[in-house]
Design a protein around this ligand. Structure first.
Ligand code: SF4
Ligand code: SF4
Length: 363
């Protein structure tokens, strides 16, 4: 059955307050959020990232949740890679620098996996493809929520093709062990011949998994968390990933998203802000220049439909000149050499939502 997706077209209106006043009652959120603790899940941006959702827009949503009688808290999890959101303290400092604090948001901000390992196992009830886990380590702080409101900056992603709400939930609502599992297809492999023993990768590893012995890199795979830091640090192409890792990663990520969405069945909503559509995600300090014009906001009670509608609209939109974006379908996926639409297909197979939707254009 087709799910309803509400579309605020930036070409017609930029008035988020007015659109939320249309969207909330239409989606039944005024009723659903009354008296409820609402986890507003948001990537608050890596240090230096310029394209995360603007704090002013997030504040509007937080205020609208309060108007509906909900009790919001803004939340996210720590990163797998060791940088400026690696611990709860570091994340809160980075969030504040990016404009997100209890003061500016008017609600608490919670790093829901603590320093990365506070989680609660939830069952993975359905599987498709080669998936060897039966539980998902959902960030423990989500147990405090009655409702999950997913706010997503929709853009490209170098592994999953696009980063939408499914990715925000799959990668962003689990602890470091869940992230590590999702990244396990890109476990670092070594081309020793290229190694000059400079130890830059060992310095970058936050898990003490790398040693330099006899002038060459050695990885202790018992300690390695697949965080990718060594890959991005090495300038000598010693570290590489196996072929086909992108597809496997998508499979794991969507399975974790489906488990979290199942936990919040009939208690979640997705808001995709399709703007600043850069090739890379908000984990990047330099995500690249926009490759499409800003499009609008897609909101739905069905996370899969919200992603499908955003993706379809991107495919129908003329890319910005000189960006080299390939013809559709799946322009963002093709841009990154991956079948990004598999996210939607897998999620639908897992019963996380519908790829068919009815687009309701707001005036
Ligand atoms: S793998 Fe790369 S970064 Fe690590 S020691 Fe060798 S050359 Fe240096
Ligand atoms: S060895 Fe590389 S991928 Fe593994 S944890 Fe260390 S930096 Fe991350």
């Amino acid at each position: 059955m087709a799910s309803r997706v509400y579309f605020m077209d930036y070409g017609k209106s930029q008035n988020l307050k007015r659109s939320l006043d249309d969207i909330f009652p239409a989606m039944g959120l005024d009723e659903a959020l009354k008296g409820k603790r609402v986890a507003v899940k948001l990537h608050m941006g890596e240090e230096g990232n310029p394209t995360h959702i603007r704090p002013g827009k997030v504040r509007r949503l937080v205020d609208r949740v309060k108007e509906a009688g909900g009790k919001p808290f803004l939340c996210d999890t720590t990163t797998l890679y060791p940088y400026k959101r690696f611990t709860a303290k570091e994340y809160l400092q980075t969030a504040a620098r990016n404009g997100f604090s209890e003061d500016t948001m008017g609600c608490p901000i919670m790093i829901i996996d603590g320093d990365g390992y506070d989680s609660f196992p939830i069952p993975l009830e359905k599987k498709t493809g080669d998936v060897n886990f039966d539980e998902v380590p959902m960030a423990k702080g989500l147990l405090e929520a009655d409702f999950l409101l997913v706010l997503t900056h929709f853009k490209g992603h170098c592994v999953s093709g696009f980063g939408g709400s499914l990715k925000n939930v799959g990668m962003g609502c689990v602890d470091k062990t869940g992230k590590s599992k999702q990244h396990s297809p890109s476990r670092p492999l070594i081309n020793e011949d290229n190694c000059i023993g400079c130890s830059a990768c060992a310095d970058a590893c936050g898990y003490g998994a790398i040693e330099i012995a006899d002038g060459k890199v050695h990885i202790n795979y018992d300690r390695c968390m697949n965080c990718t830091a060594c890959f991005f640090t090495c300038k000598n192409e010693c570290i590489y990933w196996k072929d086909g890792y992108k597809g496997e990663m998508i499979l794991y990520m969507v399975h974790m998203a489906s488990a979290v969405l199942k936990h919040f069945e009939n208690r979640s909503a997705a808001f995709n802000f399709v703007e600043d559509i850069t090739p890379l995600c908000d984990c990047a300090a330099s995500p690249g220049s926009a490759i499409f014009p800003n499009i609008g906001l897609f909101a739905s009670l069905d996370t899969v439909a919200a992603d499908a509608a955003a993706l379809d609209m991107i495919d129908e939109t003329e890319p910005l000149p000189g960006t080299g974006v390939p013809e559709g379908p799946d322009r963002l996926g093709k841009f990154h050499g991956v079948d990004g639409r598999r996210q939607i297909i897998i999620a639908e197979e897992l019963g996380a939502g519908a790829s068919e939707y009815e687009l309701v254009r707001l005036q």
